[in-house]
Design a protein around this ligand. Structure first.
Ligand SMILES: Nc1ncnc2c1ncn2[C@@H]1O[C@H](COP(=O)(O)OP(=O)(O)O)[C@@H](O)[C@H]1O
Ligand SMILES: [Mg+2]
Length: 344
């Protein structure tokens, strides 16, 4: 492996070569920067390794360049209400000492006392009121939300902060299933109104252009490679990475490309599907032209029974149903992977 390979196989970290997601980025930036935001929480979802974390990090980074915003990244495996309080109070404390002012007394929080949660919320509201008076806004980002106890505690507190009309905004990523479970448990909160951006493929033209320039390829080869990735973010990095390591005919590295996709992503995705989801995926994989009529006939189900399963695979980001009457996998070489699975 060469050290200077510009492509990256590391998940969750902004890559050196980034294909802009203009539509999704602009939508989220417009929401956050609007003078009178209609909601203060935004969700990002999509299949694994499609770029949710990278997009969230990029947006948060851009927003925090504006000094009226404070950015706070919370870890969903920790007590997020406490982390938020601690991060904001540290921030205020450092600002005050920086300016040579006296340190404002921080509210001391008991560790395990009964009223702990309430004390913490009161303290947090106090801090946010101070920030509001200074016209500062807080952007909280949370990666990979689930429906854990800690997440439920956080969303209830965030809901309370919104009811107090405090300047807090939330940007949160999660797999569709996890976000839906969370929403189901917290249906009375702000979450039911939060817009959800579903990440689609990266732009094929931009991928092709990038391959052309970085790998020094002709237009046709670069475009064929871009099409092979189907715009899947991880596949863009992976194919570029392997081509950089093995210059020459890209067809030669397709077996390696396939193996990486399967071992690093597809096996995990497959393990999360229900038996019925897998049956539908197998029928799609076996259907050469992607026609819904053929897929439904193979499964021997009527439209009513078929539609919920079709919708589930679309919601997970695994299947594209944009062309009326057709269903196709969004992930490169996924049909071949499905056909290789034991039970089908
Ligand atoms: N906009 C993008 N342009 C190029 N590569 C990207 C982009 N977004 C994500 N990637 C790459 O895709 C892979 C998965 O990204 P990540 O944000 O970790 O996905 P997710 O959070 O959806 O699982 C990483 O290798 C990352 O470098
Ligand atoms: Mg992620």
């Amino acid at each position: 492996m060469t050290a200077n390979n510009p492509f990256s196989l590391i998940f969750s970290q902004p890559p050196h070569l980034m294909i802009p997601r203009l539509r999704e980025s602009n939508l989220l930036l417009d929401y956050l920067n609007s003078a009178v935001p209609s909601t203060q929480a935004y969700l990002i979802t999509g299949v694994r390794a499609t770029g949710k974390t990278v997009l969230m990090t990029d947006i948060s980074h851009k927003i925090s360049e504006d000094p009226t915003w404070l950015r706070v990244t919370l870890n969903p495996e920790l007590d997020m209400v406490r982390s938020l309080y601690e991060m904001l109070s540290n921030q205020l404390f450092y600002e005050q000492t920086d300016r040579g002012a006296n340190r404002s007394p921080l509210i001391c929080l008991p560790d395990d006392s009964e009223g702990r949660e309430k004390d913490l919320q009161t303290a947090l509201i106090g801090l946010l009121k101070q920030l509001k008076a200074r016209r500062q806004k807080v952007l909280i980002d949370i990666d990979e939300a689930t429906d854990s106890r800690l997440m439920l505690d956080f969303t209830s507190t965030f809901d309370l902060l919104l009811k107090e009309r405090l300047p807090v905004f939330l940007l949160m990523t999660g797999l569709r299933d996890n976000l839906q479970k969370l929403l189901h448990k917290q249906s009375q909160t702000f979450l039911s109104q939060a817009p959800c951006v579903i990440l689609g493929p990266l732009n094929t033209g931009a991928i092709s252009e990038s391959y052309q320039q970085v790998l020094n390829l002709d237009v046709n080869t670069a475009l064929a490679m871009a099409k092979l990735t189907r715009g899947y973010a991880y596949a863009y990095q992976l194919l570029g990475y392997l081509c950089w390591e093995n210059p020459g005919d890209y067809q030669a590295i397709i077996p390696q490309f396939r193996q990486y996709l399967e071992e690093y992503v597809y096996e995990k995705i497959w393990s999360e599907l229900s038996h019925k989801d897998k049956q539908l995926a197998a029928a799609i994989a076996r259907c050469d032209d992607g026609r819904i009529a053929t897929i439904r006939a193979a499964l021997d189900v009527d439209t009513n029974a078929f539609n919920p399963y079709r919708q589930r695979l679309i919601n997970r980001g695994l299947v594209n149903g944009e062309e009326r009457g057709f269903l196709r996998f969004t992930l490169p070489l996924f049909e071949r992977f499905v056909l290789e699975q034991d039970q089908f």
